[in-house]
Each structure stands twice: as C-alpha cells, then as structure tokens.
Design a protein around this ligand. Sequence first.
Ligand code: HEC
Ligand code: HEC
Length: 427
Amino acid sequence: MNPIGKASIRSHIAILMLGAGTLLVSQSGCRDQTPVASHYEPNYLFAKATEIGLSKEEGELEPTIQDSQNLLVEWFGTMEDPKLPSLLKEDDYSDLISEANLKIAVGTPKEPGIYIQQCVSCHGSSGQGRGTNAASQDPYPRDFRMGIFKFKSSPRTARPVKEDIEKVLRNGLSGSQMPLFNKLSDQEIQALVDYVVFLSLRGEFERRLIQLSATEWEGERLYDPSAEKSVLEGQLSNASDALTEIADRWVRSADAVEDFPRPSFPLVGTETDENKEELISSIEKGKVLFVSEIASCSKCHGVNADGKGNQLPDYDDWTKDWTSKIGIQPTDSQSLLPLMARGGMKPLPLKPRSIIEGHFRGGRTPEDLYRRIRYGIAGSPMPAAAVVESRDEPGLIDEDLWHLVNYVLSIANVPPPPMETKVVSTQ
Ligand code: HEC
Ligand code: HEC
C-alpha cells in the first residue's frame, strides 16, 4: 500500500526533529550521488520555515509531513516510478505532462534517463535545486518547487509556457552555470520539459499541503487511508482542489502571453542608412530614462550600467522564502542554523546584472528584452516597469520601454554562449 514505508518516513521525521544539520545534509548528499533514489526528498525546509513563521511548537507539523508524503507517493509515484495523478490525466490537462515522458526523463536504475544523467547533479532528484554540485554556484541551480521561473514570455506572476522552458534548455542561461543542451533530440527535450513541469507541480502541491494543513485545515488529517470513507473522501477532495488550483495556473499561462508590436522607430539591428539618426535619438532617450527616477534602472544597475548601483544587497525569493519572509535576516547566520540543517543553502545576495557584459539569460532579441523590462524578473528583486497609457500619468509609456531596449542593446557586448554539456544524446 505504502511504497515509502512507514519506518522510512519516521526516520526522516526523526531527522527533521533532531535539527542535526550534518545528518540531513549528508543524507541528502548521498541520495543525490546514488543517481536513482527510490523516493523524492520531502520539503523539510519549507515545513520548518512554516513552523517558525507560524510560531508552532517544534514537531507540530510532523503528522502533516507524514500524511503529505503518503499522499504524494499515491498520486505522483516515486523517483523510480513517477506517475500522474488521475486529475492530471483529465482532458483539461492533456497537453501539460505526458506520463511516458516522465519515464524517459528518469529511466531505470540500470539505465538512468536524461534528467538523472544531465540535471540531477545541479537541480537535485526532487527538483529542490540542491544537487551535489549546487553549493559552489552563484546563483544556485533553480529549485523548481515554488513554481517560479525567471526567464519566460508570460507576465511576472504567471507560470511559464512550456516553450519557455524548452528555450532555456536549448540555449542555456548565459553567465550562469546552467549549460546549453543543444545536442539532445526533440523527444528528450520534451521529456525534460515535462519532467520539470512535473517536479514543479508536485513540489508546489507539497508546499500547499503543508501550508494549508498548518493554517486553514488546522488539526485535520491531510490524508488518512484508514479513515472512514466519508472522511477520506473529504480529505481527497480538499487535496484535489489544491492541486487543481496549481495545475490551472500552468494551463492558463499560454493565454497570458501578450504580443507587443514593434514601435515606429528602428530597433538595434534593424536600422538602415535612412533611419540611423532615429535610432541614435532613441538610444539617447533610453540612456536618459535608464538613470531617471521613474525607471530607476541605475539604482540597481549603476549609472554606467556595470551592475554597480548603490542599492543595498538583496536576495531572491527562494532565499527570502525561509529568511526574511519568516522574520529572519539572511545575514543572521545563528538563527538560520536550524533551517540550513533542513536544506537551506547559504544565502547569497542576488547581484544586479552588468548590462555591459551582455549576459541576457532571457534572450537578446528586442522582444525578449522588452518583456524582461516590462515584466521584471520573477523571483528576483528586478521589478516590473510602471507602464502607463499616456505621458500625463507618472510612469513609462510603451515607447519608453523600446527606448530602454535600444539603449541596453547598444551598450551590451555579445558574450560567448553558455558551455555545452559533454554527454550527448542517449539515443
Ligand atoms: C552545472 C549545473 C546545472 C546543470 C547540469 C543544469 N542546470 Fe539548470 N540551472 C542551473 C542554474 C545555476 C540555474 C539558475 C540560473 C539563474 O537563475 O540565472 C538553472 C536554471 C534552470 C531552469 C530555470 C529557468 C528559469 O527560467 O527560471 C530550468 C528549467 C533548468 N535549469 C532546467 C535544467 C534541466 C532540465 C537540466 C538538465 C537537462 C539542467 N537544468 C541542468 C544549473 C544547472
Ligand atoms: C531593484 C533592483 C533592480 C532594478 C530597479 C532594475 N533591475 Fe534589472 N536586474 C536586477 C537584478 C537583480 C537582475 C538579475 C536577475 C537575475 O538574474 O535573477 C537584473 C537583470 C536585468 C537584465 C538582464 C536580463 C536577462 O535576460 O538576463 C536586464 C537587461 C535588466 N536587468 C535591465 C533593467 C532595466 C532596463 C531596468 C530599468 C527599467 C532595470 N533592470 C531595473 C535588478 C534590478
């Protein structure tokens, strides 16, 4: 009935309760070295942060974690044998994740699949962003479990579309450790995209269960297969509602993608001898806007766009989630100890990018940069632009955003592409 086994869950909980950092760290470290672990690592960090954030007693969330792990195994399977919950097999979600692709991504213990071969060392077996190679990177590899992705075509708060994740895989993320995977077959790329969405959905669902049970469903069991039929049905229906909400955001993201027509003036790369002057004037306007109070790009990126603004150090949302959000300063290493023992990685300030170096991780077409400036970068302190309809209102009008795009492109170097991975297609 229960593929994880009660004893194994209990031992995990014991670690959680102990607060013995080294124990947990070495445990998860081992698990990532053995490529195919039998099950996914529970989100101890979020459970602990929730506990502290809600001033709960140490260990109060233990039954929640146990129940949520049992439910996750029932619905999403194990690391060796991932599956889709029946809800995600309904017609509404048929384009989201293919179960066959999950199998391609993880493979078998004898023949590990492409995610295990190429991604686990950085992103970890459950997409927690904490593989064996993660600690030395800056920024750290993405933790997929918050559902937040930075480089996408959809607005800041929307989920990405699958093509966005595909683009990240094919191009890599310039200036970070995220390599490019341009030698993989289309089938492998699709399998990886589906698996990233799967880990993200699963991880977000896990967080939601912990959060709901600690707040709205307080005192109620999350999932108790031995409960009376009507009670169990109520539990499963609560969980289904939570999962539906999460999955719907993914399904709706494509509708949120907007088209932005190019302006009447030329953009860098499209200028001709006749309109060159117009381009130069647009770049000049962009330069003025960049240091203006209203766009305030220079506050973070510096007046010379070299990434050296005078903003105080700030952190990404993955770090804030278990630090400032629960009232602990990311620099307060003493208070962070119990959280780091559960998987929190040493907080690193997220540096504003040097525009001059030209590492545009979200792509370097004018449209890519327009979206970056208009929407900001999800999960990072880079805000969305304050876009207004007319010059009479305080804010930036559409034209201003294109002037900024022109300025950014005019000063940026073209860096070499991210490193390719050595292992090529497994087919
Ligand atoms: C050597 C380490 C490394 C490997 C290997 C690696 N990644 Fe990454 N990945 C990163 C880092 C670092 C980031 C975050 C970069 C940033 O935030 O700027 C990242 C970010 C991502 C993102 C988030 C993009 C976004 O828009 O937020 C996805 C998706 C992703 N990686 C998928 C994968 C997949 C799938 C594989 C395997 C095919 C893989 N990565 C292999 C280091 C790695
Ligand atoms: C509050 C600080 C802040 C402000 C204000 C800000 N940025 Fe950023 N910006 C950042 C940070 C931090 C990053 C790096 C984010 C990351 O990679 O996670 C970034 C990244 C970028 C990038 C790289 C995008 C990519 O695809 O990799 C560009 C271009 C950029 N900013 C332009 C601008 C412009 C133009 C403005 C003004 C309209 C602006 N920024 C305002 C903090 C800021």
